[in-house]
Design a binder for this molecule. Structure first.
Ligand SMILES: *[C@@H]1O[C@H](CO)[C@@H](O)[C@H](O)[C@H]1NC(C)=O
Ligand SMILES: *[C@@H]1O[C@H](CO)[C@@H](O)[C@H](O)[C@H]1NC(C)=O
Ligand SMILES: *[C@@H]1O[C@H](CO)[C@@H](O)[C@H](O)[C@H]1NC(C)=O
Ligand SMILES: *[C@@H]1O[C@H](CO)[C@@H](O)[C@H](O)[C@H]1NC(C)=O
Ligand SMILES: [Zn+2]
Ligand SMILES: [Zn+2]
Length: 492
């Protein structure tokens, strides 16, 4: 049972929300709402009380440099960053000696409160964001899912869902079908709603998938609007065919999702590589940039690498599950254990994760997301007799910062400055919110985390803040990473 449901904890979460809203100022939030970034309903109601905070003596890390300095914050905005800042008695002072003071994490890929596969993700904008904050992520970008194909109705629904918010967030728009109405609605999204990134599905045959002809039109539309095209790249026709064959062979358990014989495994990762290559070629043909979400396999990563070397503007986003997990759990005889690892594209065999880590460290892949899309064990059990009915998705919004530190920085694969780049700055740059987000410098939002490199705790469903009763990172280790200017460590 997730401990976040205890009344005591809930009280702490609620007090966080009050604190947070006190930091939002009217002019700032309305300007930002125009850019497709929301702040939760109460944000316009700015409190007159001012909050002053000095973070002293920490190592301040930005994407390209780090230095020992103090950071002075007033009303949620960074006012100064330099050594030895002197302040009056009315300022709260935090000693950060020996710790890293960094921009809060920005997760480019989440699904909070989403209806999917006959179920709804267990984390909404409240519990998902509480989990994010507890794990050092101070902003996320979620995907609006159209209602019956309509982008406007979809946005309306997500504006309602996100009223529970307790931190900053933004929206991408998923496109689940393609026609003239959708094309027109995209114009409204860009010109009036500030949503500039659109995700297209090359998978989920029979529901979200669009074919190449339509994808080409969609890319052309993105180009004409100056919007960023994103793709879920898998060959939907072939995945469908493969799944059908597994069922015919009588393989109905979670291992069928990864496709259980080595031959099929090989096949399914190639389907990701194939679709990635196809999307890259179509986007290149139209001459518009492409963002590939959840890069899970060597095959897909290599296509991105080739494209970037040839000068195409392609961005590759690995997700934490793909970087650190392998498919071994999918063969666990316990259904609930195996089912919690089911996501699409599937988590790959050992070896893929290591290769994706190397690609991230070399800059072939640019930023890390989570695809946080969490279902609890009761919901996963919808697929107990047929793996095709297991709601797809894993957790990660709370664990991303910890796991990237643990696997990339601790192992020496990337520097601390690179850590800031791949967890925060690069995302802020790609989605046009830099340097307001993703930087510790005067004028930026005080979305700051303080990470203690000498601390260590064990990740567990028993102590995490998601509403799920399971955690795919059970037993992995994290560092204490608090967001002091946002009221932390409030969850303790
Ligand atoms: C962590 O350990 C390093 C190396 O021993 C030390 O320099 C630093 O001050 C320590 N930080 C904290 C917060 O204890
Ligand atoms: C979706 O659109 C179809 C066709 O326009 C309509 O018949 C149906 O009632 C709509 N469903 C919802 C949930 O709005
Ligand atoms: C695959 O994952 C399992 C479970 O987390 C782990 O014990 C094993 O070491 C991993 N295999 C490799 C080769 O990394
Ligand atoms: C999972 O969530 C559903 C819907 O909120 C709830 O009814 C169920 O009891 C939960 N299961 C567990 C094991 O927490
Ligand atoms: Zn996807
Ligand atoms: Zn996703």
């Amino acid at each position: 049972m997730a401990s976040s449901s205890s009344p005591q904890r809930l009280f702490h979460l609620l007090s966080l929300i009050l604190l947070l809203f006190a930091f939002c100022s009217i002019s700032e939030s309305s300007q930002f709402c125009d850019a497709g970034i929301g702040y939760g309903e109460s944000c316009g109601v700015s409190s007159s009380s001012s909050t002053k905070l000095l973070i002293k003596g920490g190592t301040v890390v930005n994407a390209h440099e780090m230095e020992v300095a103090d950071v002075y914050v007033e009303d949620g905005i960074i006012v100064a960053v330099r050594p030895n800042i002197k302040v009056g008695d009315d300022v709260t002072v935090l000693d950060a000696t020996g710790k890293f003071v960094m921009p809060g994490g920005i997760d480019p890929h989440t699904h909070l409160d989403m209806e999917f596969m006959g179920s709804g993700t267990i984390d909404d904008f409240f519990s998902g964001q509480a989990a994010a904050l507890a794990g050092g992520t101070t902003m996320h970008i979620d995907f609006v899912i159209p209602v019956n194909g309509s982008l406007l109705s979809g946005l309306e629904a997500y504006e309602k869902k996100s009223k529970k918010s307790c931190m900053d967030y933004g929206f991408h728009m998923a496109i689940t079908k393609w026609d003239e109405v959708v094309s027109k609605e995209m114009e409204i999204m860009v010109n009036e709603k500030g949503i500039n990134s659109f995700k297209f599905f090359m998978a989920y045959k029979g529901s979200f998938m669009i074919n190449d002809e339509l994808l080409l039109q969609a890319f052309k539309k993105c180009k004409s609007l100056g919007a960023l095209a994103m793709v879920h790249a898998e060959n939907g026709d072939a995945v469908y065919e493969g799944q059908r064959r597994m069922i015919e062979l009588g393989i109905t358990g979670p291992e069928g999702h990864a496709l259980s014989s080595p031959q099929w495994l090989n096949f399914r990762k190639r389907l990701e590589g194939e679709a990635t290559a196809r999307a890259i070629k179509l986007a290149g043909f139209v001459n518009t940039p492409l963002y590939v979400v959840h890069v899970m396999s060597i095959d897909a990563m290599e296509e991105i690498s080739k494209a970037r070397k040839s000068g195409l503007k392609v961005i590759g986003e690995p997700v934490v599950s793909g970087l650190v997990l392998n498919d071994s759990w999918l063969w666990d005889p316990d259904f609930i254990t195996a089912a919690k690892y089911v996501m699409s594209p599937p988590i790959r065999a050992a070896g893929h994760g290591k290769a994706l880590q190397a690609a991230l460290s070399m800059g072939t892949l640019q930023l890390v997301g989570t695809d946080h899309c969490t279902f609890n064990s009761t919901q996963k059990a919808l697929g107990i007799d047929d793996f095709q009915k297991i709601p797809n998705g894993v957790n990660g919004i709370e664990e991303r910062m910890h796991l990237v530190w643990d696997t990339m920085v601790e192992s020496g694969q990337i520097s601390v400055t690179d850590y800031v780049r791949v967890t925060s700055t690069e995302c802020a740059r790609i989605f046009n919110i830099y340097p307001r987000k993703g930087a510790i410098r005067a004028g930026s939002d005080a979305d700051i985390i303080i990470l203690n490199p000498n601390s260590s705790f064990e990740i567990s469903a028993k102590s995490h803040h998601s509403r799920s009763d399971t955690n795919v990172y059970e037993g992995w280790r994290g560092k204490e990473a608090t967001a002091p200017s946002l009221g932390g460590p409030w969850w303790l």
